[in-house]
Design a protein around this ligand. Structure first.
Ligand SMILES: Nc1ncnc2c1ncn2[C@@H]1O[C@H](COP(=O)(O)OP(=O)(O)OP(=O)(O)O)[C@@H](O)[C@H]1O
Ligand SMILES: [Mg+2]
Length: 495
């Protein structure tokens, strides 16, 4: 086993945080190496240090036989280290070919060699075993295909090491399949893949070895076939976890929210109801209209028609503000765009839309606000040096927890969670599940949109399935199976 990349005693400090502490790992040529750890463990920091996007506070990197001091992302890219960040770096209005060669255009006698660039792009895409038109504009591709374009770009430029930071998070099942196949194909070609994911099934399916980080420290690196799921979890969280889905005490009560005849550009006659003490799951493939449905109920998008009843009384909701005033809360899917107020502190982010609770006369009761925020930080294990730091300095998963806690504090009657556990580590997932259960048990009505079948099946009382903007069916607990859900989720194809 030859080593392609080696980290020696890497440390990275931020004010009040040790993101990485004396980490040493070797990566073998041609292996798939997973990096696991809780939110804030230091995974993304490690990746960014390898690409040169950030500079370590101490330590060395050796790559391909020699010491590197790449504090420069361009140099590391040229040396064959490619990285696929969760926010893609593609340019939407350019074609696939133009994106693959962006910044490294081929020329012949000073003129852009479009034919050759197109040919090479075509070849690589074929090698990857997918059908993408090199002339298609990237903005017209699905997220999964956009990711494959990113991979094609890395392959075209002969990457030896491919870093993937939570590549599977935005993908549908079918797209995930492509991704797995491609990762195996790259491995067969001798490419080293570093793979970060919170979904442990993927780690066991793909990886040869796994490195676990906890609080910035290197807990260990092990061959994947020498360990099981429980051991990996124990390494990550430093404690044993109980069963995944807690059970609930109270049966569903009266109808809390009833939506009828929701019509919009993308939605066709959607109706739903959710009761107190109930969790309604909404399943569907990417693009089925799940997020649109949530946003329409929340008054965030304009629609052609919708009737909403809360506890049996008709209400009109034409803005998120009105929705919140009526006791509806939405935890958005896309925390970057809709959830996080990047320029505010963690505490301000947590208490943002529940400020009303903290007003005493003319003044905001800062102490009360702070206590609540502290309690949330504790309960969800939000990893932050204190509540005053900017929320944008937290790791991805911890930002997600902040958005969650904001809505939880909001004392809504109806809570809509859109992909609540995306990007969240195993331990915190369980905290979120038990929080959702507590909310339902305390009489709230909960809607959960999720692409993860096991959690939908584990948490919901009923599951409604959407496909291409239509409701294609509803399943009760005894009808839940991955197959029954998938069948309904792809039922709209003929319409
Ligand atoms: N620019 C920054 N300023 C201050 N602290 C930072 C900065 N970037 C990262 N950190 C801190 O470093 C630690 C490690 O963060 P990192 O993003 O590497 O975690 P992660 O393992 O990728 O987590 P996740 O699973 O949530 O993505 C976190 O505590 C984070 O708050
Ligand atoms: Mg991260």
């Amino acid at each position: 086993m030859s080593t392609i990349l080696e980290l020696r005693n890497i440390t990275k400090n931020y004010p009040g945080v040790i993101a990485l502490s004396n980490v040493s790992v070797e990566f073998a040529a041609g292996e798939v190496h997973a990096i696991c750890g809780e939110n804030g463990a230091g995974k993304s920091t490690l990746i960014k240090i390898i690409t040169g996007a950030i500079r370590p506070s101490a330590g060395q990197i050796r790559y391909d036989g020699s010491a590197v001091s790449h504090n420069d992302p361009v140099a590391s890219k040229d040396a064959g280290i490619a990285c696929i960040y969760q926010e893609f770096n593609l340019i939407p209005y350019l074609t696939v070919t133009e994106n693959v060669f962006f910044g490294r255009e081929l020329t012949r006698r000073g003129i852009l060699d479009r034919t050759e660039m197109r040919r090479q792009t075509q070849t690589v895409i074929e090698q990857l075993g997918v059908a993408i038109d090199p002339d298609a504009r990237v903005r017209d591709l699905t997220v999964g295909f956009q990711q494959i374009v990113e991979i094609a770009k890395a392959v075209t430029h002969r990457a030896k090491v491919l870093l993937m930071d939570e590549p599977s998070a935005p993908l549908t099942n079918a797209e995930l399949h492509h991704l797995f196949r491609i990762v195996r194909e790259l491995k067969a070609q001798g490419v080293t893949v570093l793979y970060i994911s919170h979904r442990l099934e993927e780690v066991f399916e793909l990886a040869d070895r796994v490195t676990v980080l906890r609080d910035g420290c290197h807990v260990g690196t092990r061959a994947i076939d020498e360990m099981d799921r429980q051991e990996l979890i124990a390494m990550m969280v430093g404690r044993e976890l109980g069963s995944d889905y807690p059970s609930r005490k109270n049966p569903p009560g009266d109808v809390a929210l009833r939506v009828t005849n929701l019509e919009s550009e993308k939605l066709h006659g959607i109706s739903l109801e959710v009761r107190r003490n109930e969790i309604l799951g909404i399943a569907g493939l990417v693009g089925a209209g799940r997020t649109e449905t949530a946003r329409a109920i929340f008054g965030a998008d304009s629609v052609r028609s919708i009737s909403v009843e809360l506890h049996g009384k008709p209400v009109t909701i034409s803005s998120p503000r009105e929705a919140i005033d009526h006791g509806i809360g939405l935890i958005p899917e896309d925390r970057k765009q809709h959830g996080i107020l990047a320029l505010l502190s963690v505490r301000e982010n947590i208490s943002f839309s529940s400020l009303g609770q903290f007003v005493r006369g003319l003044f905001i009761d800062r102490q009360h606000e702070k206590d609540k925020a502290m309690a949330m930080r504790e309960q969800l294990r939000i990893k932050t040096p204190n509540l005053r730091v900017l929320v944008s300095t937290l790791s991805g998963g911890n930002q997600q927890k902040v958005v969650l806690s904001r809505t939880l504090l909001n004392e809504s009657d109806v809570l809509i969670f859109d992909e609540p556990t995306r990007g969240i580590d195993v331990g915190a997932k369980q905290e979120i599940y038990s929080l959702m259960n507590d909310l339902a048990d305390s009489g709230k009505a909960v809607i959960m949109i999720s692409s993860e079948m096991p959690e939908l099946i584990g948490m919901s009382d009923r599951i409604m399935v959407l496909s291409e903007g239509y409701c294609t069916g509803e399943l009760t607990r005894d009808e839940f199976t991955q197959e029954s859900i998938l069948e309904l989720a792809s039922a709209g194809d003929q319409s």
